[in-house]
Design a protein around this ligand. Structure first.
Ligand code: MRU
Length: 361
């Protein structure tokens, strides 16, 4: 990723092993500010408050957070307590529990005196693997976009929320094929769903695509179906927070409606993910993936910037009206054309996933 003229990643471990830096995403796109995290409490706060967000980045942040906790106390009890505090921050993205379990297992395999260093090394490995996985997703998704380009020239992609480098360590999941296509010289344009209530599309995906020079247009969440009916969308590409064994995918609220519209209009609907987003323990995503309920204030109020650059929070809902804020929905596998992973593409089904991951438990 390139930000402020610098090539970097969304999460940067300190050389001393005592802190790491993340971009404060609650300030984007208005201000680019790095946040230095020095303890597990600050890591948990960053995840809960969505200073960091996006399934793979939540996992990497929790991994570094758990390693920092072990600098304070490395007994079995301290390890378990820090893991459960970090795990409680957000319920839907399985990358969180996956990364924590991986760091806990690594730390528990050595004596307490060595645990912080072992955990830190594991967190670095998780971050490195996420970057490599996302780059591979780009390579495996590119042929889908090249085929459209060969048929009709310009490729119009629609995406929802932010499944870009801000949501991962680098490249993004849904955006990785987009960046690969743009860098390969394809004529690609992205319809960016605004993604109410928190506007991850309008604020973050638009910011990222703009920084990379990818042509894009932000649309209201309700515009996608109409654009698909008009033939203005060639492919929908989204990320996911948890894929069940049967291929059901949880993603940002509103994804399901895009999948329905894509199904009705014959537009291919692809979901991009690294291995860390597959939950082999969930057999039926619609039934068993937990859906985070966030504060109603995210619905009733929007954050933005006044014309003169002053940050503003504005109420946009009638005073006194209650609001609800389910943050994710589940798209059933039958509406998903296919999955793009770091190992290749597959059907959204247990058979498809097992073909790519025969080694999974
Ligand atoms: O609530 P958020 O912003 O963390 O939700 C993020 C998403 O829904 C992304 O699409 C998902 O995590 C995929 S990230 C590569």
């Amino acid at each position: 990723m390139r930000i402020g003229g610098e090539t970097t990643r969304s999460i940067v471990p300190g050389a001393d092993g005592a802190s790491f830096r993340v971009l404060d995403q609650t300030l984007l796109p208005w201000r680019v500010e790095w946040l230095t995290i020095r303890d597990a409490g600050a890591a948990a706060h960053a995840i809960r408050s969505m200073q960091v967000r996006g399934a793979p980045l939540i996992g990497a942040t929790a991994a570094f957070g758990l390693a920092l906790a072990l600098r304070e106390g490395a007994s079995d009890a301290a390890l378990a307590e820090a893991e459960s505090a970090l795990a409680a921050t957000r319920p839907t993205a399985v990358n969180l529990a996956w990364a924590l379990a991986r760091v806990r297992r690594a730390a528990a395999s050595v004596p307490p005196a060595d645990r912080a260093a072992r955990a830190w090394a594991e967190a670095i490995a998780i971050a490195d693997e996420d970057e490599a996985a996302c780059a591979a997703i780009g390579r495996h998704g590119l042929p889908l976009l090249s085929a459209i380009a060969a048929r009709k020239g310009r490729v119009n992609v629609l995406t929802h929320c932010n499944a870009g480098w801000l949501a991962t360590v680098d490249w993004g999941t849904a955006t990785a094929p987009i960046y690969a296509a743009h860098d390969a010289g394809l004529d690609i344009h992205v319809w960016v769903d605004e993604t109410r209530p928190r506007n991850q599309g309008g604020a973050l995906t638009a910011f990222e695509l703009g920084a990379h020079g990818v042509p894009h247009t932000v649309i209201a969440d309700n515009a996608g179906g109409h654009l698909m009916q008009r033939g203005a969308v060639d492919i929908v590409l989204v990320g996911t927070d948890r894929v069940a064994r049967n291929g059901d995918v949880a993603n940002k609220i509103g994804t399901y409606l895009k999948a329905l519209a894509a199904h009705d209009t014959g537009v291919p609907f692809w979901v991009a993910l690294p291995f860390s987003t597959i939950d082999w323990t969930v057999a039926d995503g619609l039934r068993d993936i937990p859906i985070e309920e966030r504060s109603a204030r995210e619905m009733t109020h929007v954050h933005g910037q006044a014309e003169d650059g002053t940050p503003m929070t504005l109420r946009v809902v009638a005073p006194g009206s209650p609001a609800a804020n389910p943050a994710f929905d589940v798209t059933p596998a039958r509406l998903v054309t296919g999955l793009i992973t770091e190992r290749g593409r597959c059907a959204a089904s247990e058979g498809g996933l097992r073909r790519l991951y025969p080694d999974a438990a």
